[in-house]
Design a protein around this ligand. Structure first.
Ligand code: UDP
Ligand code: MN
Length: 271
């Protein structure tokens, strides 16, 4: 028999949720998050960006963080942003850090359910792989590593994060990235799976727009932890068994409004 572990004590308040974005995406992406899932985690979620957008800060419950990392997608900007998310989690004192991109749709109850299945006082790194193994040379030494794809979201426990501090943080993550020539999400995985030798815990409930989202069975959407959208890649709502309010693609290009009404049929804009 399989023993299933549940950490009954963990609530949503034990999770520090971060969303990484940039000034160019406040309207085109963050809008869909603000109009859907953000409200459910407005006390637990923080948006990390590169601009003091006063209007967004108001709708984000004062949780907009201008990282001052600058706009752009170089290691210095994106690594600084993710490193700042990490530092803020360490300062928060919370049990879990769960981070997402600005093109993710998250179901908070499912996120809570996911992390409760693991022991928050041990070293846990939950995510989804893109490919199985990667290789690199770091400080003259060969390493094999795995990483959780940033675009699908990932979760890290506090004890693990504390062990990551020699290589992670606002300036240290950028340094690690420079030395390994890795993106921020790869560098997190490298630190955890290669330097700290902690295995990744795989979840197939996390999704990025790097997988073909149209292949996902829409009858499983409400069970997923994170979904995503990207240009020419959105969830497919055909073959839906339960009746749902389906917005047209012009109104709902991300599909987040339709998803939201599937998960919460009684939400205001779903009636
Ligand atoms: N991003 C950012 N600044 C940029 C480009 C990207 O903060 O100049 C963030 C973006 O908001 C998203 C993540 O980095 O949360 C990944 O970017 P994107 O989805 O555009 O690219 P992907 O890696 O998914 O192809
Ligand atoms: Mn993306």
């Amino acid at each position: 028999t399989i023993e299933t572990f549940t950490d009954e004590d963990v609530t949503l308040d034990d999770i520090y949720i971060t969303i990484k974005t940039g000034s160019q995406f406040h309207l085109s992406r963050i809008t869909y998050i603000m109009n859907t899932w953000f409200d459910l985690v407005k006390d637990q979620a923080y948006i990390f960006t590169d601009w003091s957008d006063k209007d967004l800060n108001l709708t984000a419950n004062g949780h907009l963080v201008n990282t001052q990392c600058g706009a752009g997608k170089g290691y210095e900007q994106l690594g600084c942003k993710m490193g700042t998310e990490f530092d803020a989690f360490v300062d928060s004192g919370k049990k879990w850090w769960c981070r997402f991109d600005d093109d993710n749709y998250v179901i908070p109850a499912r996120l809570l359910h996911l992390v409760r299945s693991y022991n928050s006082s041990s070293d846990v790194y939950i995510g989804r792989l893109t490919a199985s193994f990667f290789h690199c040379i770091y400080h003259g030494k060969y390493y094999r590593y795995q990483f959780a794809h940033g675009g699908a979201g990932c979760c890290i426990t506090r004890p693990l994060a504390l062990k990551m501090r020699p290589w992670c943080g606002r300036t240290k993550l950028v340094k690690t990235q420079m030395e390994t020539q890795m993106n921020d999400d790869c560098a997190l995985g490298f630190i955890i799976t290669a330097l700290l030798k902690v295995d990744i815990t795989l979840s197939d409930l996390l999704h990025s727009h790097y997988e073909d989202l149209s292949l996902l069975n829409p009858n499983t959407f409400t069970e997923q932890v994170a979904l995503a959208w990207g240009r020419d890649n959105v969830v497919d709502l055909k073959h839906l068994k339960t009746p749902a309010k389906i917005f047209d693609i012009q109104q709902d290009p991300s599909r987040f409004y339709t998803l939201h009404c599937m998960v919460y049929p009684s939400a205001d804009f779903c009636k």
